[in-house]
Design a protein around this ligand. Structure first.
Ligand SMILES: [Zn+2]
Ligand SMILES: [Zn+2]
Length: 272
C-alpha cells in the first residue's frame, strides 16, 4: 500500500504542475432553486405535470436509488446541434446507473437535438428556461424522469482560472457545458473528451443521488463544507474540483470512482 501511495504522490506532483500551467477545472453545484409552496399542491405524476421534477437537488435521491416508488427511468437528453455527447460517455453513465440503482425495468433514453438558443454564456435562469421550453418527460407511474441538457456555450461565471463543466440544479435535471468540455479536452496534456465527459456526467448525477449529505445522509463524516456538499476525499468522484488526484487519474485514462464513504451513503439510502 505504501508503494502505491508514494507512486501516486509522484504522479500527483507532476500532473499538478502540468495542470497548474494549463488550466484549473471546477465542478459546480447550484442549490438555490427550489419549489414554491404553491407548487406542492399539484404533485400528481401523470407524465405531463412538470412540478414533481422542479424540486430541490438531492430530494429525489431515494427515488433514483431504490425501486420502492419507481422501477424504471426515462432519461431525456437534449443537446444543441453539434454538441451531442459521445456514445461512450452515455454508455459509461448507464453502467454507473446499473452499479448503483435498483431499476429492474431499466432505463429508456430519448435523445433530441435543438438549434442553439443563442444566448450563451448561460446563467442558471437561462438553463431553467431552456428546460421549460424543451423538456417533454416528467414522472409517471413507476417511472422517474431524468433530464440532461448539453449546452453550446459556457457558464456565465467562468473566468481565466476556473470553468464550470456541469451543474445539477434540480431534483432530476442537470446541465453539461459541452462546449467547455470540448475546449478543455482538446489540448495537449488534457484528458480525452469521453473521459472528461464521463467524469462530469457521473459527478453531476452523484448530486442527484444526494451526495454529499444533501439528500443521502452521511454514514461517516466526509463532507467538504468549504466547497458545498462535496466529498473531502481528494481521489473521489465527488471531490469539488478536477485537479491534483482527479486530474492524474483522468490523464491516466481512468474515470474517477466514488470512494467508500460515498458508496456507503448511497447504500444506506436504498442503493445497491
Ligand atoms: Zn459538484
Ligand atoms: Zn466520496
Amino acid at each position: 500500500m505504501s508503494d502505491h501511495f508514494s507512486l501516486k504522490t509522484i504522479n500527483h506532483l507532476q500532473m499538478k504542475k502540468l495542470f497548474r500551467n494549463s488550466y484549473l477545472v471546477y465542478f459546480f453545484l447550484l442549490l438555490t432553486i427550489s419549489c414554491s409552496k404553491d407548487n406542492e399542491d399539484n404533485g400528481s405524476e401523470n407524465g405531463t405535470n412538470p412540478i414533481p421534477n422542479q424540486q430541490l437537488t438531492g430530494s429525489s435521491a431515494n427515488d433514483f436509488l431504490s425501486a420502492s416508488k419507481y422501477d424504471k427511468i426515462a432519461f431525456e437528453i437534449v443537446y444543441v446541434e453539434g454538441y451531442k455527447p459521445s456514445t461512450t460517455s452515455i454508455n459509461n453513465l448507464l453502467s454507473f446507473f446499473n452499479e448503483l440503482l435498483h431499476k429492474p425495468q431499466g432505463v429508456t433514453i430519448t435523445e433530441r437535438a435543438i438549434p442553439s438558443p443563442g444566448n450563451g454564456p448561460y446563467t442558471i435562469q437561462e438553463i431553467v428556461e431552456i428546460e421549460k421550453k424543451n423538456r417533454t418527460k416528467f414522472n409517471n407511474v413507476n417511472e422517474l424522469a431524468l433530464y440532461a441538457f448539453f449546452a453550446d456555450s459556457n457558464y456565465n461565471t467562468d473566468n481565466s482560472t476556473s470553468v464550470t463543466l456541469g451543474t445539477a440544479y434540480r431534483n432530476t435535471s442537470f446541465v453539461i457545458f459541452e462546449n467547455t468540455i470540448i475546449k478543455q479536452s482538446n489540448r495537449p496534456g488534457a484528458p480525452s473528451r469521453p473521459n472528461l465527459e464521463t467524469a462530469v456526467l457521473q459527478h453531476e448525477f452523484g448530486h442527484l443521488l444526494g451526495l454529499v449529505d444533501f439528500g443521502s445522509d452521511m454514514q461517516e463524516d466526509h463532507l467538504d463544507k468549504e466547497h458545498g456538499f462535496h466529498c473531502n476525499v481528494s481521489t473521489c468522484l465527488m471531490f469539488w474540483q478536477i485537479e491534483s488526484n482527479l486530474a492524474t487519474s483522468l490523464l491516466n485514462g481512468e474515470i474517477p470512482k466514488l470512494d467508500a464513504h460515498c458508496l456507503a451513503d448511497l447504500r444506506a439510502n436504498g442503493g445497491k
